[in-house]
Design a protein around this ligand. Structure first.
Ligand SMILES: [Zn+2]
Length: 334
């Protein structure tokens, strides 16, 4: 990778804060909490599928216990991503019982909102938080979490997500939580179309998704692909994560190649950079080889970003300076 590739501006809309804590910092935080972080047997993690990954992810994230842990983690990732050209991030934050229920989670969100403001000043990277609940979570808890999240709308939070073991737990029971968040100013930015197929993508679109994290399995349904392209729906694609979790087969073209060729806007992200041992600049390079050039990834990121108008204007200027005409086209499309 050239220095120019590394430093060219990037937008990342799909990164789990809990999966972005590098092993050194995670071990330090875990020690402070009296927890032993799981150590991969051969130096890096391997996963049979999404469900296997979620089990490891849960063990890793269990090391984070306090608002200060999250604050440090967000600042560390913001600094790292800025070093890879990031100018805008939408980190995902899970509502977890272990954080002390919804009120403890509110303290975590407050700490992250503070860290986000600090990161913009110190590293020049704007951050919009997207708190989320997950499939399989207690529905009443998820609804309370949505209410808590809305307290941060316009104060650090910009959207509300849903993730978890897609295909194993249904999405529909969380419709009310999604509505609570949307009514409170947090548009719906769910995970879908990763472990489950096109029907899962249609399902979240019907629930009001303004963007889809993953969504790559839409590729199996040409009508849906055409609809996504027509609507300009942004998919937050994570190329290496898809390969590592078996969503994309190594011996077949990556879905993102066909989606991009069909005119679907694909933003590019790492998903869980510390767990997959990857970087944002590295994923932009992988995406470029798969048919999503950095300018297109940036344009899709800007189209999908839930930032305020002044941040959007700034991001548009940054993109136009770096990517010129190609970028201007993708902006005019919006
Ligand atoms: Zn994800």
């Amino acid at each position: 990778m050239t220095p120019a590739q590394r430093s060219s501006p990037k937008i990342e809309l799909h990164v789990h804060l809990e999966g972005a804590v590098r092993p050194g910092l995670l071990a330090e935080i875990a020690r402070g909490n009296g927890v032993a972080p799981p150590v991969p047997p051969d130096g890096s993690y391997a996963f049979a599928d999404l469900y296997d990954f979620i089990a490891i992810w849960n063990a890793l994230t269990d090391c984070l216990r306090t608002p200060e842990d999250y604050r440090r983690s967000l600042l560390a990732y913001a600094a790292e991503a800025a070093g890879h050209g990031a100018v805008y991030l939408e980190p995902v934050l899970d509502a977890e019982e272990r954080l002390g229920g919804p009120s403890g989670w509110a303290d975590v969100l407050a700490a992250c909102a503070d860290a986000a403001a600090e990161a913009r000043d110190r590293f020049g990277v704007a951050i919009g938080l997207t708190p989320q609940v997950f499939r399989g979570q207690d529905v009443a808890f998820a609804e309370e979490a949505a209410r808590v999240a809305t307290r941060f709308a316009g104060r650090g939070a910009v959207g509300f997500g849903l993730a978890g073991a897609e295909g194993r737990f249904p999405t529909v029971p969380y419709a009310r939580a999604v509505r609570i968040a949307a009514d409170g100013g947090l548009p719906f930015v769910p995970h879908a179309g990763e472990a489950a197929g096109p029907a899962a993508v249609r399902e979240v679109l019907a629930m009001g998704a303004v963007r889809v994290r993953h969504g790559v399995r839409a590729v199996d349904d040409p009508d849906l692909v055409a609809e996504l392209a027509d609507r300009g729906t942004v998919l937050d694609v994570t190329p290496t994560s898809n390969l590592r979790l078996g969503v994309a087969a190594p011996d077949r073209p990556h879905p993102v190649t066909r989606l991009a060729a069909a005119g679907v806007r694909c933003s590019v992200s790492t998903d869980d950079p510390a767990i997959f041992d990857i970087t944002l600049a590295g994923e932009y390079a992988v995406a470029a080889r798969l048919g999503v050039e950095p300018a297109a990834a940036y344009g899709a990121g800007l189209a999908g970003a839930l930032c305020d108008a002044s941040t959007r204007r700034w991001l548009a200027d940054v993109g136009a300076r770096a990517y010129g005409e190609v970028f201007a086209e993708s902006i005019l499309d919006k």
